[in-house]
Design a protein around this ligand. Structure first.
Ligand SMILES: C[S@@+](CC[C@H](N)C(=O)[O-])C[C@H]1O[C@@H](n2cnc3c(N)ncnc32)[C@H](O)[C@@H]1O
Ligand code: SF4
Ligand code: SF4
Length: 306
């Protein structure tokens, strides 16, 4: 057998950079077709092969991760797609390569115990009715049932992440109430990242002034359900004017996150982890404001000055 060569990397890749985290779309296949999904927008590497088995081989994908980890000193990985749980055998091998892994999943497949180095992030976008309008009929119940059936000694952590949009913002407390009673330990809120030029869409806000009421709602909820909602107060404040654009112009995750979109037998690095054609000014991505608040807390930056 010949030597396995790591996949080529195209796009906004900087071979000289010290990336800390790698975010990898391990498949472009998905069993859902969510209304808000940025991955399947035009202009992104997202083409799904006829069969999932025709995608980049597990061996090449693993070799590429080992190569990038060692070259850049990458410490943590976030596995997503498409739906990463469609490739459980590959995931079992990938999570062994890094000290910490996150798997972002739609929760429709049973979770697998990959040990304490793995955190599952399960995506639910509102109470059942609204979630299923975005994610598909029956998806909410399938995800919750999979969580209920986890054995008591399941050792991977799991949390829920919810994307707030203009159309679900008034009902997010119902989601919180239904999850507080389950085995879900905590949740985080992200806010929709719109496509550039997308204003004619009930899911997106016109600007961040209009979004502010939704951000303030999460501020209230984190006080009402202490410990359960993990966005910090500062994370949420930074989403409000005038901080919002200071943060998004800098884009903290672009410093040290390498985002890899599967593109046939290569990986493409898009201009932004949310794809190529995004509206930065209205970005509400969790990782952006989370990193912004962390950078400030460590004293490396202040968002108080314009
Ligand atoms: C692209 S999905 C891939 C992983 C998996 N299929 C899932 O749904 O969790 C990763 C995360 O991005 C979120 N997401 C999708 N479209 C988004 C958008 N336009 N803005 C913000 N987050 C979005 C999803 O809700 C999910 O939590
Ligand atoms: S399940 Fe995830 S990848 Fe699939 S369409 Fe929904 S958000 Fe996109
Ligand atoms: S849209 Fe992308 S590039 Fe812009 S701030 Fe958000 S994550 Fe950064």
């Amino acid at each position: 057998m010949g030597m396995i060569v790591p996949a080529d990397i195209t796009g906004h890749y900087d071979p000289a950079k010290n990336y800390k985290t790698v975010v990898v779309n391990i498949t472009n296949h998905c069993n859902l077709n969510c209304r808000h999904c940025f991955l399947y927008r035009d202009g992104n590497a997202n083409e799904a092969t006829g069969s999932i088995r025709e995608e980049m081989s597990d061996e090449i994908l693993i070799e590429t991760m080992v190569h990038l980890r060692d070259k850049h000193g990458i410490e943590a990985a976030l596995w997503m797609g498409g739906e990463p749980m469609l490739k459980p055998k590959l995931l079992r091998r990938l999570v062994k390569l890094f000290g910490h892994s996150t798997i972002t999943t739609n929760g429709t497949a049973p979770l697998i115990d990959f040990g304490p180095s793995v955190l599952y992030v399960i995506s639910l976008d509102g109470p059942e009715e609204l979630n299923d309008q975005i994610r598909g009929e029956g998806v909410f119940q399938r995800a919750l049932k999979n969580l209920e059936q986890l054995p008591g000694n399941f050792s991977s952590d799991f949390q829920v992440q919810s994307v707030i949009t203009r159309s679900n913002q008034d009902r997010i407390e119902e989601l919180v109430e239904s999850l507080v009673q389950t085995r879900v330990g905590w949740m985080t809120f992200s806010f929709i990242v719109p496509e550039a030029g997308d204003f004619d869409n009930p899911d997106v806000w016109t600007d961040n002034h209009e979004r502010a009421a939704a951000v303030e709602k999460v501020m209230q909820l984190r006080k009402k359900y202490p410990g359960f909602i993990r966005n910090t107060q500062r994370h949420l404040e930074l989403m409000l004017p005038p901080y919002d654009k200071r943060v998004t112009r800098y884009c903290p995750p672009s410093d040290n996150i390498l985002s890899l979109y599967l593109d046939g037998n290569r990986f493409d690095v898009p201009g932004c982890c949310y794809g190529n054609d995004v509206d930065c000014d209205r970005c509400g991505g969790w990782v952006v404001f989370h990193r912004a608040a962390m950078l400030e807390a460590s004293g490396r930056i202040s968002w108080e000055q314009g």
